[in-house]
Design a protein. Structure first.
Length: 469
């Protein structure tokens, strides 16, 4: 079941290459700096979308982004779980340099509770600087709608302190603002009630609400250059949805119907956003990027693994969320900018979340800080301009310290501190089925040196060996 999904992706890419330039809805206004919208799904797998071979769940609007823009077949999240991935996205730093490197922290940070479980989490601090802060300084209006998840248990680490003019969504520190039928909502630093969901009523669904708030932001700021971060909670578990929609009559278990309906509803809401851009006359002035924060969820319940396998959510790749294998890190990555990016184009260039910050700042004409990403604009505008191979790095701490790196065709994984390094040739083996470490010791040495170089000591994730040195 693994190899056919990847092969279907290549066939889909070939089909998109013939899409006509008529797919462009509008041409950009002369001299205007582009709006930038980043749409992020939660736990959506590489194989959950039609452009990567999904056949059981319809995603026509996500697929339309690829038909009208660029499909990156080798796009990577910032981490295999939520918080560090989002941190890498917004700060432009990979998890060897970023403050947040796991959903939990080993030291420092703040302590709080998830249900009855006491947890320590890291959060952004005033020393961290986000893409929103850079764009705001460059004259952009900035907004985030939905899931933040960078506050840890620090009530002061809210989006409006990190460059966002507007925030409507939920915080880890305010659990009543979370869920698919939230009873409260953060508006900036103020918490407001959602009476329609009080006392167990289920009238306002979070995916719809995030879209409503995003559309309102677009309508109010269509004359401004703006940056909008649309951070959906879907299709993260629990798998709940107002109705099964298109999948009600399928002979599937109810949880599979729920998951499919959640992805379908997410896709429909993305269609609403794209429709608003066209209705506002700013379609051609807006860069839209779509991705997911990590691979599909497979734990802690066995039914979640069954669900991911039922839909081939990892696209035939090895691993799931929390894994350093491709299935945990490789995600859908689509970019549309009418008049600038050839419609129906595809790229096999490896890209990842730290690239958002330099790319967005280049598009805005803003000053460029030091980051771990690269500016993708030259490649987006001209597919023949291929970025040089660069060292891409990830680290993660659950259940123990793990590292992964990519350089060109080579992918290295180390599953424990001081453990052996696995080596894969992704150009021939994207399924990471054959460890080539013994055959290429020189490459292993090079990758190990790179991983050592990219790891920086962290007060939130201390290493006893580093502390003793």
């Amino acid at each position: 079941m693994r190899m056919p999904m990847i092969r279907r992706t290549f066939l889909a890419g070939a089909a998109m290459a013939v899409v006509s330039g008529a797919a462009l809805a509008a041409s950009p206004a002369a001299g205007r700096r582009p709006n930038i919208i980043f749409i992020l799904a939660d736990d959506l797998g590489y194989g959950d979308v039609g452009v990567h071979g999904q056949t059981r769940i319809r995603t026509p609007n996500i697929d339309r982004l690829a038909q009208q823009g660029r499909l990156f077949t080798q796009g990577y999240a910032g981490a295999p779980v939520c918080s560090p991935s989002r941190g890498a996205l917004l700060t432009g730093l990979h998890t060897g340099h970023a403050r947040i490197r796991d959903n939990f922290a080993l030291a420092a940070g703040h302590v709080g509770y998830k249900g009855q479980q006491q947890i320590r989490r890291a959060s952004l601090t005033p020393d961290d600087r986000t893409v929103a802060q850079h764009l705001k300084a460059a004259g952009y209006t900035t907004g985030i709608m939905g899931k933040w998840h960078l506050d840890g248990y620090d009530r002061d680490a809210v989006p409006t302190r990190f460059g966002f003019d507007e925030f409507k969504g939920w915080l880890v520190t305010e659990p009543t603002t979370e869920g698919y039928w939230p009873i409260k909502r953060m508006h900036g630093t103020r918490m407001v009630d959602i009476p329609q969901n009080a006392d167990g009523a289920r009238q306002i669904y979070d995916t719809d609400l995030i879209t409503d708030e995003s559309i309102d932001f677009i309508q109010r700021h269509r004359a401004d250059p703006f940056f909008l971060y649309v951070a959906y909670n879907a299709p993260h578990s629990p798998y709940v949805v107002p109705d099964f929609g298109l999948y009600a009559d399928q002979p599937w278990p109810d949880d599979e119907k729920s998951y499919a309906a959640m992805v379908d509803r997410l896709d429909a809401n993305i269609g609403r956003l794209l429709g608003q851009l066209q209705a506002s006359g700013i379609d051609g002035d807006t860069i839209v990027i779509f991705s997911s924060d990590n691979g599909p969820r497979s734990e802690p319940a066995a039914y979640q693994t069954r669900m991911a396998d039922a839909f081939d959510s990892n696209g035939g790749l090895t691993g799931y969320k929390r894994d350093m294998y491709e299935g945990g890190l490789r995600v859908p990555f689509l970019v549309r900018w009418p008049g600038h990016i050839a419609p129906g184009s595809r790229s096999d260039v490896p890209v990842y979340f730290p690239d958002l910050l330099p790319t967005a700042l280049a598009a805005a004409g803003a000053a460029m800080p030091q980051t771990d990403g690269i500016d993708l604009l030259p490649h987006l505008r001209d597919a023949n301009i291929i970025p040089a191979d660069r060292f891409m790095y990830w680290e993660f701490y659950s259940p123990e310290f793990r590292q992964a790196a990519r350089l060109g065709k080579w992918k290295a994984i180390r599953l424990q501190r001081g453990g052996d390094t696995l080596l894969f040739d992704l150009s021939a083996d994207p399924w990471e089925s054959r460890n080539l470490a013994a055959e290429h010791p020189d490459v292993v040495r090079m990758m190990n040196e790179g991983m050592a170089r990219e790891h920086r000591a962290s007060p939130e994730y201390p290493d006893p060996a580093e502390d003793a040195a």
